[in-house]
Design a protein around this ligand. Structure first.
Ligand SMILES: Nc1nc2c(c(=O)[nH]1)N[C@H]1C(S)=C(S)[C@@H](COP(=O)(O)OP(=O)(O)OC[C@H]3O[C@@H](n4cnc5c(N)ncnc54)[C@H](O)[C@@H]3O)O[C@H]1N2
Ligand code: MOO
Length: 406
């Protein structure tokens, strides 16, 4: 193993800022029913104003606000009832001074009216006369034609995954399909002579079932990707290069787990260098130092550490932002987080980013330790705490941000 080392180690911050392969997925048109969480390829302007007409937001009477000034229980305003507006139909009557028109919630405000007084503050004291006991300001009890959205303004922004209310706003504006980025296809390659498919019932000594591929596929789906489990490659020289050559043309991101360290059998760096350019080999992160970043014709390739926990931590910190970016979302959606009190001191090394798995109970974050070979540390965690690159540790008792797992 002499002579081998991590010769191009970078910090996570450097990798996020500087490793920027150009590839983006193509744009496709999808109906609203398939658009949830998809990333619009551009801002989508509204073809119409919304709601499109001035409408009542209360049941009551459309009035000229000035006719209600000073109205009270002791000194009501008396208005002539001129007619009624029907739901879903244009008004057939307008409001003149001293008059009012009965309104349902959602009805079209008739000409001449500039407010709607709620039915609770009125009484029909005699047929055809409405007594108003509260004043209403101009614009009260109604919304204007473009209060929700003005025609031509942005309904939903490009580059931000669509949420359920976005679909509602698009539907309201009559936009029934959206140009979105195709889901990035994430090829997941596992390596190692000891790694066997999860279906393997009986293991021989030293064999492990492939845990990483299934977990990475789950993370890729959570970030809008389409995983393609590309199988297990042996440590035989040339095998990984062959697999990379096979998957690259149909992939938007390639992930290789294991073989990124500097041991004699660690083939990833050589194979990746044969099909593209290595950007870094070694990342200042714990866990996950043996990470490799590279690209081939703009398509990123990530070599992850063999230990499944480390592989998943690194993919979370580096792979997911890349995956979002390839799929047209430059700023990944913010993960929910909670503030919690750290239960004990945590040590780190300046210049390295540490990702600490924690369990949160009653506002206290308890770090979960264990060798990075133990995947159960991740399955027990509620979230993680970051010790940022400049820090040399975190003190017990301070409040920390815990990024929560979905
Ligand atoms: N001289 C050094 N040696 C090592 C270093 C180092 O900095 N210098 N780092 C250590 C760390 S940290 C890790 S992590 C490993 C990573 O090495 P590799 O990326 O080459 O991974 P392997 O050695 O092949 O595997 C490590 C471990 O994980 C198991 N594994 C691999 N793939 C899977 C899978 N798909 N599912 C489940 N388990 C898997 C594998 O069997 C090993 O037990 O290097 C250290 N050494
Ligand atoms: O970095 Mo290793 O990936 O700490 O387990």
């Amino acid at each position: 193993m002499s002579g081998r080392e991590f010769f191009t180690t970078r910090t996570v911050a450097e990798a996020l800022a500087g490793f920027r392969p150009a590839h983006r997925t193509a744009v496709e048109e999808v109906p609203l029913s398939a658009a949830l969480h998809r990333v619009p390829a551009a801002d989508i302007p509204s073809p119409h104003a919304l709601p499109g007409f001035a409408k009542s937001t209360v049941d009551g009477f459309a009035v000229r606000a000035a006719d209600t000034y000073g109205a009270s229980d002791g000194l009501p305003s008396y208005l002539d009832l001129l007619g009624a507006v029907r739901m879903g139909a244009a008004p057939t009557v307008s409001v003149r001074p001293g008059g009012c028109v009965a309104m349902p919630t959602g009805g079209v405000i008739p000409d001449g009216a500039d407010a709607v007084v709620m039915v609770e503050y009125t009484a029909e004291t005699m047929p055809g006369t409405i007594e108003v006991t509260r004043p209403v300001a101009p614009g009260g009890g109604m919304v204007r034609a473009d209060d929700d959205v003005a025609a031509g303004t942005v309904l939903v922004a490009g580059g931000r995954p669509l949420r359920a209310p976005d679909l509602g706003l698009l539907a309201a504006a009559g936009v029934t399909s959206v140009p979105v980025h195709a889901r990035p296809r994430v090829a997941i390659i596992s390596t190692g002579d000891e790694v066997v498919p999860p279906e393997t019932a009986e293991l021989t000594a030293g064999q492990v079932r492939d845990a990483t591929a299934s977990a990475l596929a789950g993370l890729a789906i959570e970030a809008g990707g389409e995983p393609v489990i590309a199988g297990i490659v042996s440590d035989e020289p040339g095998a990984l290069k062959e697999k990379l050559t096979e998957v690259l043309p149909s992939s938007d991101l390639v992930v290789v787990s294991a073989g990124s360290s500097v041991g004699a059998r660690d083939e990833t760096a050589g194979a990746v260098a044969a099909v593209g350019e290595v950007w870094c080999h070694g990342l200042a992160i714990k866990p996950g130092k043996p990470t490799l970043l590279a690209e081939s014709n703009g398509v990123p390739m990530i070599g992850l550490p063999g230990n499944p926990l480390s592989a998943l931590v690194v993919f979370g910190q580096i792979g997911l932002p890349l995956l979002w970016r390839i799929g047209g979302c430059p700023t990944p959606p913010v993960r929910p987080n909670v503030r919690a009190r750290l239960s004990r001191d945590l040590a780190s090394v300046a210049g390295r980013l540490d990702v600490i798995q924690v369990k949160v109970t009653d506002g206290v974050a308890e770090p979960l330790f264990g060798p990075s070979a133990l995947l159960s540390v991740l399955t027990s965690a509620d979230g993680y705490v970051i010790i940022p690159e400049p820090a040399t540790g975190l003190d017990a008792g301070i409040d920390v941000d815990v990024t929560l797992y979905p």
